[in-house]
Ligand binder design. Structure first.
Ligand code: PLP
Length: 523
């Protein structure tokens, strides 16, 4: 039971204007077993404590050498069951891959196998410290080295940097290596070309690194315009950043030709490899002329992400760039042990641009990703890509008869199916359909991205969903689509059944209240 609290917190009453979907309101704001929960600061009190501590003897010698705290720190006290309930209730208000289908396109929300979790918790991996002597953590260094080896083999590229901590961080790593390579040959360049269908992180990365970003248009088939790229290529172009498969869910067929043209003017090719899930084991980006590419371990190799854990974005490099990769690197020595190279001595030729992180990277993700690779094997990883593509095409072909599918005629899609909101009635839009899907029990797909499609809806089922779960989703999706086409006004108020009704999207993004403020600050 929620304790009364000094802030006068009141649960939001879940009563809809039409009264259609809700019974009488409850005094607690709870609905059946769907429990409301205030902030921990609102249910706990700084004056109370959850444990009984011995009284402090005022005459006892001071064990903290004068560094003991003199002011209260203002943390709230709750009993253990109150604390457990608080966090359990909050966790029930979230939606995760362990709860249901999570079709968020471009994000590859696949199941995280429990075997990975078991391995990551082995004390030899979980209880080590980044500053431990190298001889004492040889197994961990071997994991980093072997994972890097797998990544180089799968991509057909000769260099790898393991330390970047997310996809966008990997992009920055790749772009900094490109700049280091140009700087090393005294050839400063200013421009990075980015297709208009690119993930937002691509132009942001290039701008953050100090480059001028120029857009390259897409063709009506949803691919990068080869002729437009060729026309713009000149000696001021440092790099092109291309996502392949691209964010329309299509394979860039002209990639090799684009790469050759970029190289011919002395530029480098950055490939956003976040969508590697669609091609792993089938295509080696190194064969396409890629110079640097990040891989999201938290997408392709099943490590948790979003609320579930940190990401990891290792970067693979071509022969031309590998010496510019960041430190540290793990090397195998002549006697089959592993060493962590923290700085470049005379022993290691190289022109590293520096570091991306203080330490080696996300160890917890490395153990999980390598477990995933070893448990699938090379053939299994190939099947991952094939099944992911099959599932996405199943979604595309099951919905294209009622939902606008702008590139359905461009051939099969890769690992995600793209739709638009054309023909929705009654002023309804993609947002309304997404909110109605929440009432059906689904986390919505990615919406309004990529920008090249009006009211875009990007659905990525991944290979880990069964046909039964995809069929159920398609049934729900068809039903909300039919309502949208018919202009069902009630969708404008959706969601009806979620713990919160529709939020003000603009206020939530522009003026979020992220810090708790005591409504009655004590004097
Ligand atoms: C997810 C994603 C990124 C960014 O990766 P983060 O780990 O979220 O930083 C970049 N590009 C594409 C295409 C993505 O899907």
């Amino acid at each position: 039971m929620n304790a009364p609290n000094k802030s006068g917190w009141k649960p939001e009453m879940q009563v809809s204007e039409d009264g259609l979907h809700n019974g009488p309101s409850t005094t607690t704001g709870n609905r059946a077993l769907m429990l409301e929960e205030p902030l921990i600061f609102e249910i706990g009190h700084p004056e109370t404590t959850g444990v009984d501590l011995p009284e402090i003897d005022p005459d006892a010698p001071n064990r903290l050498g004068g560094f003991d705290r003199s002011d209260p720190i203002g943390l709230v006290g709750l009993t253990e069951p109150e604390t457990v309930r608080h966090y359990t209730r909050l966790s029930r208000q979230n939606y995760g891959i362990d709860l249901g289908f999570f079709p968020l396109g471009s994000c590859t929300m696949k199941h995280n196998p429990r075997l990975n979790e078991k391995v990551a918790r082995l004390p030899g991996f979980a209880d080590i410290h980044p500053l431990a002597p190298q001889q004492s953590v040889q197994g961990a260094l071997q994991v980093i080295h072997e994972l890097g080896d797998w990544l180089m083999k799968l991509t057909g590229m000769p260099g790898v940097a393991m330390s970047p901590k997310a996809g966008a961080h990997g992009e920055l790593c790749g772009i900094l290596a490109i700049r280091a390579a140009h700087t090393a040959r005294g050839d400063a360049r200013q421009v990075v070309l980015v297709p208009e269908s690119a993930h937002g992180t691509n132009p942001a990365t290039a701008a953050f690194a100090g480059y001028k970003v120029e857009d390259i248009p897409a063709t009506p088939e949803g691919r990068v315009d080869l002729e437009a790229i060729k026309a713009r290529l000149a000696p001021d172009v440092a790099a092109v950043m291309i996502t392949n498969p691209n964010t329309c869910g299509l394979f860039e067929k002209d990639f090799r030709e684009i790469a050759d043209a970029v190289h011919a003017v002395g530029g480098y090719v950055y490939c956003d490899g976040a969508n590697f899930n669609a091609i792993v084991g089938r295509v080696r980006p190194g064969d396409l002329g890629v110079d640097a590419m990040h891989i999201n371990l938290h997408k392709t190799f099943s490590t948790p992400h979003g609320g579930g854990g940190p990401g990891s974005g290792p970067v693979v490099f071509s022969e031309a760039l590998k010496d510019f990769a960041p430190l540290p690197v793990v090397r195998k020595t002549a006697d089959d042990s592993y060493e962590l190279v923290e700085e470049e001595g005379r022993k290691h030729r190289g022109q590293s641009f520096g570091r991306m992180t203080a330490f080696h990277g996300q160890m917890g993700m490395f153990t999980r990703a390598l477990t995933y690779m070893l448990s699938h094997g090379a053939d299994g990883l190939k099947q991952v890509a094939e099944d992911a593509v099959l599932n996405a095409n199943y979604v595309l072909r099951s919905l294209e008869d009622i939902l606008h599918a702008p590139f359905a005629d461009s051939g099969p899609c890769m690992h995600e199916a793209l739709f638009g909101d054309k023909d929705f009635g009654g002023g309804l839009s993609t947002l309304d359909l997404a909110k109605a899907l929440i009432d059906e029990g689904y986390h919505p797909m990615t919406v309004y991205f990529p920008l090249v499609v009006h009211g875009a809806m990007l659905v990525e089922p991944t290979e880990t969903e069964s046909k039964a779960s995809i069929d159920q989703f398609i049934t729900a999706f068809r039903s909300v689509t039919e309502r949208a086409l018919a202009g069902d006004e009630s969708m404008k108020q959706a969601p009806y059944y979620a713990p919160r009704r529709r939020l003000d999207e603009t206020q939530a993004a522009r003026k979020p209240k992220l810090a708790w403020q005591d409504p009655e600050p004590s004097a």
